[in-house]
Design a protein around this ligand. Sequence first.
Ligand code: NAX
Length: 361
Amino acid sequence: MRLFQKKLPQSAQHTLGKHTLGLTAAGMTGIICPVMKTPVTVTVTGAAGNISYSLLFRIAAGEMLGADQPVILKLLEITPCLEKLQGVVMELEDCAFPLVKEIVATDDPAVAFKDADWCMLVGSVPRKAGMERKDLLSINGKVFVGQGKAIAENAAPGCRVFVVGNPCNTNCLIALHNATGMPKENFFAMTMLDEYRAKAQLAAKAGVAVSDVTNMTIWGNHSATQYPDFTNAKICGKPATDMIADEEWLKGEFIKTVQQRGAAIIKARGLSSAASAANAALMTVKNLTTPTPEGDWYSVCTFTDGTKYGLPAGIICSQPTRTNADGTYSIVEGLPIDAFSREKIDASCQELLEERAEVLG
Ligand code: NAX
């Protein structure tokens, strides 16, 4: 195990704290520095990868947990990538982010997850040519078994786990099953990028700003079977289907574009989505920690109990979600599901059940 750790000296922390609060000359003017919040520990896996190269700097800048929230960053990588990770740590240091109180970089999950409040599981082994989906599930399954156990054994009470690394729904389910003693409600997987992709497509088609598109649900799996639900989406507060009369486009090209957007980006860029994925990861945590505006919701994958929308129990499935004033979250209930939507949602859930069957045991 190799580990490098940078803890800012007390005096530096003090100075940085004053910068955060905009009190640069407090000592000279006699202004008393307000007490800083207790740092939140954020663990990020796959920390030397593409998504993390955007994600870490935005967390450090306060864009995820707030501009007044200090953070301790714990970064996990596999041993061959530790040198690359050291370079990322050096760049983080060179940003002199006032909110960053400590950076730990390691290849030991027990060290990385120690006292973690948020575990952002970005790292996973990518699918290579000739690899079947079940091969990928099996390789990553082992990673998420180990990480689930290490989180349960080391993380802070109430820690929340958010999986980005693909296949993220099933990786999340594996971590959840191995994190003995942790509440199932504390496990999430990402479909926020798909939600944003869907909103952008609807906005472009309707000729409105993307912020005018609300109530967008991604149902099911973060895969090509996901269903972006235009039937319950709104544009400028009205049903999207009233604002976009082209039903053929909604049922065809729209869904396909959202489902295939990741592949289209790989084709165009030669690399998979990174900055947009980091943005979506950041916004998911922000949504989960901030009360949701009245009347709206967001998409995130959570553990199903089998009582809502006919979704099978025991999978990690994307659903319309709201964060309550007390910090808990609820699934939005009572949305109408027409026959077209039913078929799409069931197909994606079926895929999740198949993935679960493949990794059982
Ligand atoms: P990269 O390959 O650039 O980085 C992944 C990093 O994870 C590598 O540095 C690797 O060394 C590290 N890693 C592998 N196994 C690890 C382990 N056991 N512990 C710690 N680190 C480990 O991929 P990147 O572009 O950053 O994408 C990361 C993951 O996000 C991929 O699985 C990707 O498929 C997934 N995505 C998920 C999305 C979503 O919406 N849920 C969208 C974007 C992205 O495709």
